[in-house]
Design a protein around this ligand. Sequence first.
Ligand code: CA
Ligand code: CA
Ligand code: CA
Length: 349
Amino acid sequence: MKTQFNLAALAPSGSADFQSAVSRISNPQTPRTLEGDWQFNTLPTGSRRYSRLETCATARATSWHSVLLGLALLLFAPGALRAATTITETNYLAYGANIGWVNARGDVANGAVIGEYICTGYLWAANVGWIRLGSGTPANGIHYQNNSATDWGVNHDGLGNLRGYAWGANIGWIAFETNGAPKVDLWTGKLSGSVWSANCGWISLSNAVAHVQTASIAPGADSDGDGIPDAWELQNFGNLTTANATSDFDGDGMSDRDEYLADTNPKDASSNLRITYFSRGTPTPTYNVLQWTARPTRFYAVDYRSALTPPGAWTNLVTFPTLGASSVGFDDFGSQQFYRVRAFRPLMP
Ligand SMILES: [Ca+2]
Ligand SMILES: [Ca+2]
Ligand SMILES: [Ca+2]
């Protein structure tokens, strides 16, 4: 069976005559491109009717399902290293006209760490010494409030924007603010924009000859080891006990951990990662349209395979390099195909 895909830009159809069914499983297959949820649609041979596969809730054990969950634990074991800098070895220099080059890798062990919620670590400038990005322990466990001498630092809003205050013992506060718009490109890790020091002027994170680039976005601290950052648990539940790796607070079939991975609302059963629309046959017999729920903080990939059960392997149809992609249109000349949609966090280490 020959299968060929032609991707094309797609305008949302708005039609909702097909409600996807289908299987859901935690997806641990690819180390960097994780997970959330899988959903499948099948195209019966020679038919344009869409049959449903059995629903497979996360807690329901099938042999395949169990294998996948086992892999998930291996791949996403908690307690990832956070101490070493996330800044790349090749692109680490910021520049200020009044203070010269600023090294975002610092001494590596204590260099800048760009995290999911907060930044930590230090920058180093020969002329002004160390510049600290924050204590690493915001008072509310989520973001720095920047309202006291003990609760300050640079926050990450999850969309790449860095806001807040860094501190240099020799130069005072350095503002990460809207005018300079310091930002991480969450696909490439490249930083852009500038930060402002009242004593030293603008410090550029990107210029014609150098820029700062982060290799990863460090996961938030996970003190209870359930695979969910403490900050997310506190933000959604106000404690570290309600949510764990298998809990499903809103009962929508997607675990709290998977809701974190897909950035959906763990307290809203209508918010989860799922296929919302699938069509085949318009405008040509082999043309398919697939739509799903998307969040602006996540990247998405669509995979396919011709049989649902192993050993058939998933093949990537498309991985979108833009945040929040929610649909794809493509030709599929196969007689039967299964699709899944994956959500993944930007720049996972
Ligand atoms: Ca946790
Ligand atoms: Ca849920
Ligand atoms: Ca939910």
